[in-house]
Structure formats: C-alpha cells, structure tokens
Design a protein around this ligand. Structure first.
Ligand code: 5GP
Ligand code: ZN
Length: 139
C-alpha cells in the first residue's frame, strides 16, 4: 500500500529523487538528507506502514536482512569503526516521519553522534512484576 501524502512512500517508489545505495522489489536504501555522520543511510520499505508495529512480519524480517547486507559495504567504503542501527517508533521516541525506516549510522571513534542514555538502577521488585506482566501480554 502506498500513502499519497507520505514522503517516504514517494522516495521509496522513486517519485522523489534520492541517493540510492540499494534497491530491490520491496525496499530502497537511501542517504539521509540530514546525515548524523557521513554515509548515514535509511532502509525504507516501498509499502507504507506507520511504524514497526504496523509492519507485516515478512517485511520486518527483510529489513534486518538488508541492514546486514548493506552495512558491511558502507563500512568497507567509509572505513568507519562501527555502525548503529536505529529505529524510532512514535514521536516520543524521536520518529519524525511516520513511515517505518531503519537508520544505518556509521560511527567513528570520538565522533559527535549522540546515541547515549543515563544509566539507572534496576530494582528486583519492579523487574519481577514487570517480567510477569509482559509474559501475560505478549501476543
Ligand atoms: P526519524 O526521526 O523519523 O527516525 O527519521 C527521519 C529521517 O528522515 C531524518 O533523519 C531526516 O533527516 C530524514 N529525512 C527527512 N526528509 C527526508 C527526505 O526528503 N529525504 C531523505 N533522504 N531523508 C529525509
Ligand atoms: Zn509511506
């Protein structure tokens, strides 16, 4: 399904130009227009899904396989030191384009990319209650 007013539907289906690193029947991998580091790519399915939870399982599986296929080429060409895969779901999580995508973010030692969080403590009581609630809720 393609959503008429979705910019990533347009990019993935070639209706808006992009720097394309990889393409198959289901996906396009393009350079991010505002890269966090040199070579920052986006894996975008051609079919619209708002986020990971709306994506069918086959497309979700393929997305990770594409990350595994394309990332080594990016790393080889750039000679970077690492690679983050980042996938945001929901505004609170930093999602700005409501069409599922995975960021491929090349990392360099001492670069200025900020994917960090404060470390908090995990209480036994909370963890035990949470684990049992989650087990009851997984569908
Ligand atoms: P999000 O914040 O939703 O996880 O990531 C959206 C990403 O899409 C951002 O990194 C942003 O720079 C990128 N982006 C937004 N508009 C365009 C566009 O028109 N073309 C490309 N190639 N990337 C875009
Ligand atoms: Zn879309």
């Amino acid at each position: 399904m393609i959503k008429d007013d979705c910019i990533f539907c347009k990019i993935a289906n070639g209706n808006i130009p992009s720097y394309c690193l990889y393409e198959d029947n289901y996906f396009k991998v393009v350079l991010d227009i505002e890269p966090s580091s040199k070579g920052h790519g986006l894996i975008i399915p051609k079919s619209h899904a708002d986020n990971l939870f709306m994506l069918d399982e086959e497309t979700a599986s393929r997305a990770l396989i594409i990350a595994k296929k394309v990332s080594p080429a990016i790393m080889e060409v750039l000679g970077c030191d690492g690679m983050n895969l980042l996938q945001n779901n929901g505004e609170a999580a930093g999602q700005t384009i409501n069409h599922f995508h995975i960021h491929l973010i090349p990392r360099y030692k001492n670069d200025s990319v900020g994917i960090k969080w404060n470390k908090n403590s995990l209480s036994k009581e909370w963890a035990e209650k949470f684990v049992s609630e989650i087990k009851e809720n997984i569908k």
